[in-house]
Write a protein that binds this ligand. Structure first.
Ligand code: NAD
Length: 498
């Protein structure tokens, strides 16, 4: 593994993109400073350098954003679906046109390799196109009641103003997955992006304004203090919904607060995904799937394969082939050509990953590849493959959120299912077998909201994304995604012949 300096010329491009990126708070269609003038700094995790200062919303600013969302709700709900759809479609086109700007911002504020950041623009942008199509097809129904005494009008209405809180690992996609269906449904919103990665959301919010989104529909309030924003907004009786993506611990706290006002909640929380390789799997396919499911985004994905469960008959071949691929990864600044593994998002994240490896090794695991932190500035950790990892190692029980792949073997299908389900999480899982009946049987028996069958990447704007157990509530994407932002009203009408 080698590290190369960033190519010359790229710094000019970054400066140009940063210049175009709003640094203020977006409240009622205008960018403005925070009310007490406070800001916070955004760092490039590959270099440790500060790249920007962004306004830090106070409680008063959060309240002003909530006021704007509440004031805009009625007229936005009355705005024809075709108009909402056209705005989303224009935003989709603008995201394509400004693809490299968005990708550059993600690489410098979050660390992911530039080509992966471009992939996120494609994935994240698709939610705009998908929900522009869903906006005009969100049908209700009109039916005769069974007794012939009533006619039943079932309408889907926007749920109302929403608070959206997003994490740092997919700075664009986690925002568009919420904003696009809310716009399609006719909801207004306040977005609080993650403190570590506000710039992508800021740039994207400007795209929404450029696409014609009316003032007050989308308000954006980055803040050094998450509570300063969520506290007053969640206490406001005009708020109707919170949609949160982040850790299970914070999600639980927010659910407790949401209970006070019986708020609708969508919770996209943590994961501890198993990747199961059966003895009848195509091992090359399984290795490719494991590379995608484990190493994409440096392992900082809720969908990451956290535990690799491999049948003992194929474990040696699988580990050998995976080791070869992992050792060939190129670690470095995500702006550099050929880099496939960027830094972790901050020092704390790198240190936590190091502790997972240490714990596993202390309990008897063997390091096959990597195992250490990178040298120099930036928060690098080597792609790490561990085998003979005991079941009680922390890496088996908790979400690693880093480029560490622990392998454990099993002997029977029963044992594989039991191992896979032995977690309080239930988000993504992956199954590799050339026997499709077995694949579907396992899908039936494992408690996960998402199952990849012979494939390592399954996220798609057209599919319902979400977890069971402590991985969350609700779904983002697909036909289900817009339903999160609508409420059902039934009007019983006197029957003309009743
Ligand atoms: P986090 O929970 O620390 O933070 C997420 C967001 O919540 C951030 O914007 C943060 O500022 C805010 N926040 C933190 N404390 C808060 C509080 N007390 N009140 C209100 N807001 C608060 O998570 P993270 O480290 O940013 O993201 C990583 C986690 O997100 C992982 O667990 C990962 O699995 C999960 N995640 C889940 C999905 C999914 O779709 N299920 C997708 C991406 C990430």
């Amino acid at each position: 593994m080698e590290k190369a300096p960033a190519p010359t010329g790229i710094q000019d491009q970054i400066a140009r993109v940063l210049e175009k990126t709003p640094r203020g708070l977006l409240i009622n269609g205008r960018w403005r400073d925070s009310s007490d003038g406070s800001t916070f700094e955004v760092e490039n995790p590959a270099t440790g350098e500060v790249i920007a200062s962004v306004a830090s919303a106070t409680r008063g600013d959060a309240q002003a954003a909530m006021d704007a969302a509440a004031d805009a709700q009625e007229s936005w709900a009355r705005t024809p679906a075709r108009v909402r759809s056209d705005i989303l479609r224009r935003a989709f086109d603008m995201v394509q046109d400004r693809r490299d700007d968005l990708a550059l911002l993600m690489t410098v504020e979050m660390g992911k390799p530039f080509t992966e950041a471009q992939g996120e623009v494609k994935y994240g942008g698709e939610f705009l196109r998908w929900f522009s199509e869903e906006a005009v097809r969100d049908y209700g129904r009109y039916v005769d009641g069974p007794e012939g005494t009533l006619r039943m009008l079932v309408a889907r209405k926007p749920v109302g103003p929403c608070l959206m809180i997003t994490p740092w690992n997919f700075p664009l996609a986690m925002a568009t997955r919420k904003i696009a269906p809310a716009i399609a449904a006719g909801c207004t919103m306040v977005l609080k992006p993650a403190r570590l990665t506000p710039l992508t959301s800021q740039y994207f919010a400007q795209i929404m304004l450029d696409a014609g989104l009316p003032a007050g529909v989308l308000n954006v309030v980055p803040s050094a203090s998450a509570n300063a924003v969520s506290g007053p907004i969640m206490a406001d009786p005009r708020l109707r919904k919170i949609s949160f993506t982040g850790s299970t611990a914070v999600g639980k706290e927010l659910m407790k607060v949401a209970a006070d006002s019986v708020l609708r909640t969508s919770m996209e929380l943590g994961g501890n995904g198993p990747l199961i390789v059966f003895e009848d799997a195509d091992i090359d396919k399984a290795v490719a799937g494991a590379m995608a499911a484990k190493m994409r985004n440096m392992g900082e994905a809720c969908t990451a394969a956290n535990r690799l469960l491999v049948h003992e008959a194929v474990a040696e071949e699988f580990v050998d082939k995976l080791a070869e691929k992992m050792a060939a990864l190129k670690i470095g600044n995500g702006l550099d050509a050929g880099v496939t593994v960027g830094p972790l998002v901050e020092a704390k994240a790198r240190d936590a990953v190091e502790q997972f490896v240490k714990d596993a090794v202390d309990r008897g695991a063997e390091v096959v590849v990597g195992g250490g932190r990178g040298d120099g500035p930036g928060y690098f950790f080597e792609p790490t493959l561990l085998r003979n990892v005991p079941r009680d190692a922390r890496a088996m029980c908790e979400e690693i959120f880093g480029p560490v792949a622990p392998v454990i073997t099993f002997a029977t299908e029963e044992e594989a299912v039991e191992l896979a389900n032995a977690t309080e999480y239930g988000l993504a899982s992956y199954v590799f077998t050339e026997n499709i009946s077995r694949g579907l049987r396992i899908g039936d028996r494992i408690e996960f909201g998402l199952v990849g069958l012979n494939v390592g990447v399954i996220s798609n704007a057209a599919a319902p994304f979400g977890g069971v157990k402590q991985s969350g509530l609700g779904r983002e994407g697909g036909a289900e995604g817009i339903a999160e932002y609508t409420t059902t009203q039934y009007i019983g009408i006197e029957h003309p012949w009743g």
